[in-house]
Design a protein around this ligand. Structure first.
Ligand code: ATP
Length: 518
C-alpha cells in the first residue's frame, strides 16, 4: 500500500469510526475545519492529559492557566503579529490554485533529499558490506552535484525570506523549474504577503465596534499574565506557565486533513529564565519534549529534530520536532528561544513595568523565554497515522482473514477496556455490567453484546481498545474472565478482582511518565 493510499484510508477510517468529521458536513463542510466525534474527543482529551501532567505535574516549577481567546488588539501589535505574521503566497494562473511560496521551495528541497537518499541506497546495494556512506556522499559526482544545488537553493530561500525579498522568492521558484501540481505549468503570479490573523468586531456597531483578532497562538495569553502568575503564585525564576487552548490561522493552503487547520488547538509552555541561561534551558526542553514523544513507543526513527535556519522575528534559536507522517517528516512541535522579545515589547506597548525582581541578587530584569509549542491536532494525526495497521491473519483452518487495528498507545486509547458477555443470557450480561460499574470511575469502558465474539473483537481493534474482557459461564463459577490483548490477540484467564491492577499496568499513564523522567 502506498503512503498516499494509507493516508486516504486513515481519513475514511477516522470518519467511519467516529474520530473526526468534516465541519458542517450536511452543508458540504467548511474548508480546513473539522469536528471531533465521540472517540476523537476521548483521544484528544487523553493526549491533552498526557501533555498537561507531564508538564505541570512532573515539573514543580510549572503552573497552568486558561486565558481568553479574545485579547486587547494592542497585544498583537506588541507581539509583531499585525506587522509580520505573514506567509508568502503565489497563485498559478492556469489552475487558479494558491500555494505558499516557501512550501513549494521546501517541497522541491525535500525531493532533492529523496534523490540523494536513493543514490545512497543504490550504492549500498551495489557495494554491500564494504560500503562507506560518508565517503560516497562526499565523493560521488552525482550526489555532490545534487547536494551543492540543494544547499544553494536553501541558502537563497533563507536569505530571500529573511530580507522579505519576494521577487527573489519567485525567481527561485522559476529557477528550480517548479510547476503547479494541478496544471503542470510554470505560469505563476508575483509573490505577495498575506496576514494569517482572523479579524472580528467587538461591541455593537452603534457604540463604535472595535476590531479584534482571534488569537493565532496561545502564547500571548501567557505573556500578558506573567506578572499575575509570578506574584500570586510566588513563582521564582526559572519557572514555566503552561496552557492548552484554541488558536486560529487563516492558512493560505490548508490540506492534509487535520495537519493544517484554520481552527486548531495548541499546548504551549513558556519557561522564564535569567538572561544568559536560555541556551541551557533550550537544550533541556528539546531533550525533555523529545522524550515525551518517544515514550509513546512508535519507534525512535519516527522522529527527528530540524534546526531552523530562518529564525522568526523573536527567536535566537529554534528547532522543530518532526514526525514521519505518511506524507513525510513534518513538524509537530516547535521549541523556541524567544529572548525577552515578548515581555520587553509588552512592557513598551502597555507602559507597565514587566520585570522580575530577584530577591537574592536584588536585581530587576525582563526574563528570557524558552517555549515549547505543540499542536494537539497534529498529535492526534501522529497517533492515528502511526497506529493504523492492516493485518492478514491465518485462521486455524488455514483460511485468511483481514483486520484493521489501531495500535494506539494503551495509555491514550479512547476506550481502555471493552467488556463482552459471551452470550446475551444466563446472567452473563449482569456480570459484565458489574465489572464495568467497578471500572468506570477510572477507565473509559464499553459494553457490547451484539454479534459474535470475533466480530466484537474486530470492532474494538478498529477503534484501538487495548483490552477486551470476555465474560463466560466459567466466570459465574470461579469469578474469572478472559482478557484478550489487541496487538498480539493473546488471551489469558484472570480473576475479576485482578482487573484493576492489570489495566493500570497495561494502560496507565504512569509508565510513560516514569520513562520520561528515567
Ligand atoms: P507550520 O510551519 O507548519 O505552519 P508553524 O511553525 O507556523 O507551523 P508554530 O507557530 O510554531 O507553527 O506553532 C506551534 C505548533 O502549532 C506547530 O508545531 C503545530 O503543531 C501547531 N500548528 C500550527 N499551525 C497549525 C495549523 N494550521 N493546524 C494545526 N496545527 C497547527
Amino acid at each position: 500500500m502506498t503512503q498516499e493510499d494509507l493516508f486516504k484510508k486513515l481519513i475514511a477510517h477516522s470518519k467511519e469510526y467516529g474520530f473526526i468529521f468534516p465541519s458542517s458536513e450536511i452543508y458540504d463542510g467548511l474548508s480546513a475545519v473539522y469536528d471531533y466525534g465521540q472517540l476523537g474527543v476521548e483521544l484528544k482529551n487523553n493526549i491533552k492529559k498526557y501533555w498537561w501532567d507531564a508538564m505541570v505535574r512532573l515539573n514543580e516549577n510549572i503552573v497552568g492557566i486558561d486565558a481568553a481567546i479574545f485579547m486587547h488588539p494592542k497585544v498583537w501589535e506588541a507581539s509583531g503579529h499585525v506587522g509580520a505574521f505573514n506567509d508568502p503566497l503565489i497563485d498559478n494562473k492556469d489552475s487558479k490554485k494558491r500555494y505558499r511560496a516557501d512550501v513549494l521551495i521546501e517541497d522541491w528541497l525535500a525531493k532533492q533529499d529523496e534523490k540523494i537518499a536513493k543514490e545512497v541506497e543504490k550504492a549500498r546495494k551495489r557495494f554491500g558490506e564494504a560500503f562507506d556512506e560518508a565517503m560516497f556522499v562526499e565523493t560521488n559526482p552525482r550526489v555532490t552535484e545534487l547536494r551543492k544545488k540543494r544547499d544553494e537553493v536553501n541558502h537563497r530561500m533563507v536569505t530571500a525570506l529573511t530580507d522579505n525579498n519576494l521577487a527573489e522568492v519567485k525567481t527561485i521558484i522559476e529557477d528550480c523549474g517548479i510547476v503547479c501540481p494541478i496544471s503542470g505549468t510554470k505560469n505563476w503570479t508575483e509573490v505577495r504577503q498575506f496576514n494569517l490573523m482572523f479579524e472580528t468586531k467587538i461591541g455593537s456597531v452603534a457604540e463604535g465596534a472595535g476590531t479584534i483578532y482571534l488569537r493565532p497562538e496561545t502564547a500571548q495569553g501567557i505573556f500578558v499574565n506573567f506578572l499575575n502568575v509570578q506574584k500570586t503564585g510566588r513563582m521564582k525564576i526559572p519557572f514555566g506557565i503552561a496552557q492548552i487552548g484554541k488558536a486560529f490561522r487563516n492558512e493560505i493552503v490548508a490540506r492534509q486533513f487535520i495537519f493544517r487547520m484554520r481552527e486548531f488547538e495548541q499546548m504551549e509552555m513558556q519557561f522564564f529564565v535569567h538572561p544568559g541561561d536560555e541556551m541551557k534551558w533550550y537544550e533541556h526542553w528539546k531533550a525533555f519534549r523529545m522524550k515525551w514523544h518517544k515514550a509513546l513507543g512508535f519507534g525512535d526513527d519516527m522522529y527527528r529534530f530540524h534546526d531552523h535556519e530562518k529564525l522568526a522575528h523573536y527567536a535566537n534559536a529554534a528547532a522543530d520536532i518532526e514526525f514521519k507522517f505518511p506524507f513525510g517528516f513534518k513538524e509537530v512541535e516547535g521549541i523556541h528561544s524567544r529572548t525577552d522579545f515578548d515581555l520587553g515589547n509588552h512592557q513598551k506597548f502597555s507602559g507597565r513595568k514587566i520585570q522580575y525582581f530577584d530577591p537574592e541578587t536584588s536585581e530587576s530584569f525582563v526574563p528570557y523565554v524558552v517555549e515549547t509549542s505543540i499542536g494537539v491536532d497534529r498529535m492526534v494525526l501522529q497517533v492515528l497515522s502511526a497506529a493504523y495497521t492492516e493485518e492478514t491473519l491465518t485462521k486455524e483452518d488455514g483460511s485468511k482473514d483481514e483486520r484493521v487495528v489501531l495500535k494506539i498507545p494503551a495509555a491514550i486509547a479512547p476506550v481502555k477496556v471493552a467488556v463482552l458477555p459471551l452470550i446475551k443470557k444466563d446472567g452473563l450480561p449482569e456480570v459484565a455490567r458489574e465489572i464495568i460499574d467497578s471500572l468506570k470511575f477510572d477507565y473509559a469502558c464499553q459494553y457490547d453484546e451484539k454479534d459474535s465474539i470475533g466480530k466484537r473483537y474486530r470492532r474494538q481493534d478498529a477503534i484501538g481498545t487495548p483490552l477486551c474482557v470476555t465474560v463466560d459461564h466459567q466466570s459465574l463459577e470461579d469469578k474469572s474472565v478472559t482478557v484478550r490483548y489487541r496487538d498480539t490477540m493473546a488471551q489469558k484467564r484472570v480473576a475479576i478482582a485482578e482487573l484493576p491492577a492489570l489495566i493500570e499496568e497495561e494502560a496507565g499513564m504512569k509508565k510513560l511518565f516514569k520513562q520520561i523522567l528515567g
